[in-house]
Design a binder for this molecule. Sequence first.
Ligand code: GTP
Ligand code: MG
Length: 402
Amino acid sequence: MAVVSTIFFPYVIKFSPIILPANVTPEYKKAEERYLQARTLEERIKATEEMIRVAPKHKGSEKLLRTLKRRLAKLRLELEEKREKKVGRGSGPSFSVKKEGAAQIALVGLPNSGKSKILQDLTSARVEVAEYPFTTRYPIPGMIQFEDVQIQLVEVPAIVEGSSYGRGLGARPLSVARNADAIALVVDASDDPVNHIKILLSELDAVGVKLNCKPPKVSIEKRSSGGIEVKGAKLVGGGEAEIKRILQEHRIHNAFVVIEEPITLDEFEEALSESNVYLRGFVLLTKCDLPNAAEKIEMVKREFGDLLDVICTGGRPEDLKGRIYQQLDLIRVYTKKPDGKPAERPLVLPKGSTVMDVARSVHKDFAKGLKFARVWGSTKFPGQQVTRDYVLEDKDVVELHT
Ligand SMILES: Nc1nc2c(ncn2[C@@H]2O[C@H](COP(=O)(O)OP(=O)(O)OP(=O)(O)O)[C@@H](O)[C@H]2O)c(=O)[nH]1
Ligand SMILES: [Mg+2]
């Protein structure tokens, strides 16, 4: 039976050898062999550390080292998560935060960047704001109440350069970020915000968190025989021969590969071997009130404006809540019965949701029997009859007819 998989295979992360530069040493090959033979997570970590230690250090091996370091970061994260599960409840605060509300946003920033202050200003969470670093040691959740929607903020303990390799508080804070629905990069505008954002993006990238981009459109259907067949090979730099070479390096000998958009070989390899998550991200600049911040805010916008929306904190909390809500690309929809009043609490759905999506979230039987709907709000006139694929907007009122 063929297994259809897009994007990643967990076992590939653990067992795939990596494409090597020409002149690796026998020592390296031995370490790699140990990695391939490793049975436990600890053994794989040890072998990877050894591979990094003995890998050639020159320009041609930069990619190899990068790949190894990423693998090490993920393995360590996996180990920390496993230990966390084992220790379980009752042994101090936990690193896993149960999701509540319409979305969970992780506040990710360097020490002292003002994460707790945001939580304090926007939620009723009890949190310590202090001028020394690493005040917050465990994730702290709090709920934003924006109009009639609840959004969960989670302060993630501080990230430093190298967190993904175990520096500072280790990689566990990054695992909290991986699990969120969106990421707010909390950055001190009065310090060195451009550099700090680069550090945060790089640490997130190291554990496979990609902001504001889509996964590459690559699907790989593994087969039990028949060799490798590739559709869309011309879309990859290097073409079919290189794709086959990479698949073979990953010990995949029979597969049907479909590539639907132009990608580089690096992207193809990444899609194959990494468990990436693709999240919405934005910047929350703090300490914008300090005298030297204005110029730096402009620098951040120039450098990252195309990739990330930049929001300054410090104004009215209600305004900030609204801007954060906008980042989530959600809509609120109020259902009503014929001759009834609109529901007080909205259904919160992703932007682009249709009448059919509303029916589905009410009840699956509703969706099956749905004939049409009437909508108040985004339509040309109130109560207009629309079809099931009508795309709704924030604050629409919907009357479903089965
Ligand atoms: N002037 C000014 N100071 C701020 C602002 N936001 C935070 N601070 C100060 O910056 C310091 C650090 O704030 P926290 O909110 O504790 O920072 P944190 O990111 O939670 O720090 P850790 O938990 O240690 O990582 C505190 O002394 C705050 O009072 C701001 O917008 N303006
Ligand atoms: Mg804090």
